[in-house]
Design a binder for this molecule. Structure first.
Ligand code: NCD
Length: 307
């Protein structure tokens, strides 16, 4: 039985296969409409979410399966003191696969030790978010045509942003990747990412506080929201929340074929005027997210591609 807890749980070849399957799903949706008939997905969300939960649910419904679950810790027995271990033991009896989001780092890993069915980490605290990363890889590969030889700018909350941490882990396995890490001092990537993941693997990167200076160099700009819910004090959040705002004016500094990604939700960090720019890829990214999750559910359930 396999789980997806972090992007490195899949090899580069497996990710490639999964993205190929997701592409085929996008091109031939009706062929996949019944491949998971009779299967159930449980979404256990201990933290708020719109697109991740709904996109998992849409993915399973598109495959012919059904869904059950809860959308907040207060609506589950966690509010009575039940442990994650017990909850997944119980839910394993109801569902064939579980997607879990939890505010505590490592909760999906604990779940995987007790679950009788595959666990998908749908975001654990400030740690990892592997299905967003698969979505990001699919978006980059589909729009830029490659995952190699790219200069990727990551901008905003690089400290608490789990999508950033997962994406860095995943991208360093492709040749010719460079990063420009754009953030205020207080929101730089955690030192384990800088020292162990980037320096430790000899990956070229620079840290900058200026989006304007970085923009002309980039093939991909990955904007992120300042993660309000992970701040210890509100004054710091208020001071840092509008550190970067991408505008149509700033987009003039970027390459003609640079794409802008964002895991969403957006707050102020991308002005709505940028949505009209053909390089704005964040709403297309949402659609890719459904195809990727369909491919992932099929892969973890061992469901074969229909012929
Ligand atoms: C992200 C998350 O939950 O980490 N959202 C998402 O899943 N698309 C990003 C965020 O909340 O800022």
């Amino acid at each position: 039985m396999r789980h997806l807890l972090k992007p490195l749980d899949f090899t580069v070849e497996e990710i490639n296969e999964l993205l190929n399957l997701a592409r085929d799903i996008g091109q031939n949706r009706s062929r996949y409409a019944h491949v998971c008939d009779g299967k159930k997905l449980a979404t256990l969300f201990y933290e708020p979410s719109t697109r991740t939960r709904l996109s998992f649910e849409a993915a399973m419904l598109n495959l012919g399966g059904s869904v059950l679950g809860f959308q907040s810790a207060s609506a589950s027995s966690a509010s009575k003191g039940e442990s994650v271990a017990d909850t997944v033991r119980v839910v394993s009896c109801y569902a064939d696969i579980i997607a879990m989001r939890h505010p505590k780092e490592g909760a999906p890993l604990v779940a995987s030790l007790y679950s009788g069915v595959p666990i998908i980490n749908a975001g654990d605290g400030g740690h990892q978010h592997p299905t967003q990363t698969l979505t990001d890889l699919m978006t980059i590969r589909s729009l830029s045509g490659r995952l190699e030889h790219m200069t990727v700018g990551l901008c905003g909350d690089l400290k608490f942003g789990r999508t950033v941490h997962s994406l860095i882990h995943a991208l360093i396995r492709y040749p010719g990747i460079r990063f420009v890490l754009i953030s205020p001092m207080e929101l730089r990537v955690p030192s384990y990412i800088r020292e162990d993941v980037l320096c430790g693997n000899g990956i070229p990167f620079e840290e900058s506080s200026s989006l304007e200076e970085a923009l002309p160099k980039l093939d991909i700009l990955y904007m992120t929201r300042v993660q309000k819910e992970r701040f210890f004090n509100e004054a710091d959040y208020i001071r840092l929340k509008d550190s970067y705002i991408l505008t149509a004016e700033k987009m003039k500094l970027a390459k003609k074929d640079m794409y802008v990604l964002h895991p969403l939700p957006r707050v102020n960090e991308i002005s709505v005027e940028v949505d009209e720019d053909p390089r704005a890829a964040y709403f297309r990214q949402v659609q890719y997210g459904v195809y990727v999750r369909m491919a992932l559910i099929m892969t973890l359930l061992g469901v074969k591609k229909p012929c």
